[in-house]
Design a protein around this ligand. Structure first.
Ligand SMILES: O=c1[nH]c(=O)c2[nH]c(=O)[nH]c2[nH]1
Length: 279
């Protein structure tokens, strides 16, 4: 994509330039010039549906963008990206959900857009702790000053509602993107890139007091840097890595500063979720 992520980038068709979509309305994929920008594509499709059909007053569109990139191969002139072979590296997805609301009139379209990402798996080997939490008579959890921190990040941010101009052409296919793009608005394609970057930067560089504390820092940054983002939500499962007891070998591996061998465990694990809203 033009936004710097590694998605198939061609705007033209051809054997080397195929786009793979699973959609309800195939025709709009070929017709929309906005197909590679999920927020705009979803707004275009929703706007068309409420404008075309008198009995439809709200359209809900959900788009997932999957990170396929070209396979790097060697060629006569050195390494190159293969023109028509792709690799999908990881489960991360870009997520967009749009509601186009025509219930106040077909010429008063209001859209709500929520965007974000899911299944972004991360891990850091130190600079993560969980100390000084509230204890009661049922608490068995031990304090830990140094641990592996791993999670699969789900992030969504909701923009303030936007007015969408009514299409004026006979086929109601027209969809106008504003000429001036307001920074931090739903039209600004850098919001998604920066939200991902701020999330990863903060995960890596924060000396984490808890998942909750790191989550709050990430969310605050996204709100602070995008004037039209109203709320930011994260869901962060705590993917535990437990030091293995190697005492039977005479090897100390349970003291956090010396632990080097860990076992990933699938359950039980906490799910830390929060929504941070602009005042
Ligand atoms: O950062 C954490 N927050 C928690 O709420 C929690 N609960 C838990 O068992 N481990 C952790 N870690």
């Amino acid at each position: 994509m033009s936004d710097g992520t590694s998605f198939p980038s061609s705007a033209r068709y051809g054997k080397d330039k195929v786009r793979v979509f699973r959609v309800v309305r195939e025709d709009i994929v070929k017709l929309s010039p906005h197909v590679l920008i999920p927020e705009r594509f979803a707004l275009h499709l929703g706007t068309h549906l409420v404008s075309e059909y008198p009995h439809i007053h709200k359209a809900f569109v959900a788009v997932e963008l999957l990170p396929w990139s070209r396979i790097p191969v060697s060629g006569d002139q050195g390494p190159r990206e293969h023109p028509h072979a792709f690799i999908r590296d990881g489960d991360e997805k870009r997520i967009v959900k749009v509601e186009v609301d025509a219930s106040k009139g077909k010429d008063k379209l209001i859209a709500s857009v929520t965007a974000g990402l899911s299944d972004l798996l991360v891990l850091k080997t130190t600079e993560s702790a969980l100390m000084g939490f509230v204890r009661d008579k049922y608490t068995t959890l031990k304090e830990i000053d140094d641990r592996i921190l791993s999670t699969s990040i789900d992030l969504s941010y909701k923009f303030s509602p936007v007015e969408i101009p009514k299409p004026t052409d006979a086929d109601v296919e027209q969809f106008a993107v504003p000429v001036e793009i307001t920074p931090g608005s739903v039209w600004d394609t850098s919001v998604a890139i920066n939200a991902r970057k701020m999330t990863l930067d903060t995960f890596a560089s924060d000396n984490s007091a808890s998942i909750q504390a790191t989550l709050y820092r990430m969310a605050r940054l996204i709100i602070a840097q995008n004037a039209h983002v109203q709320t930011v939500s994260y869901a962060l499962p705590n993917k535990h890595y437990i030091p293995v007891d190697m005492g039977y070998l005479g090897v100390e591996n349970l003291v956090s500063a010396q632990a080097e061998v860990f076992m990933p465990i699938a359950a039980p694990s906490g799910l830390i979720t929060a929504t941070v809203s602009r005042k």
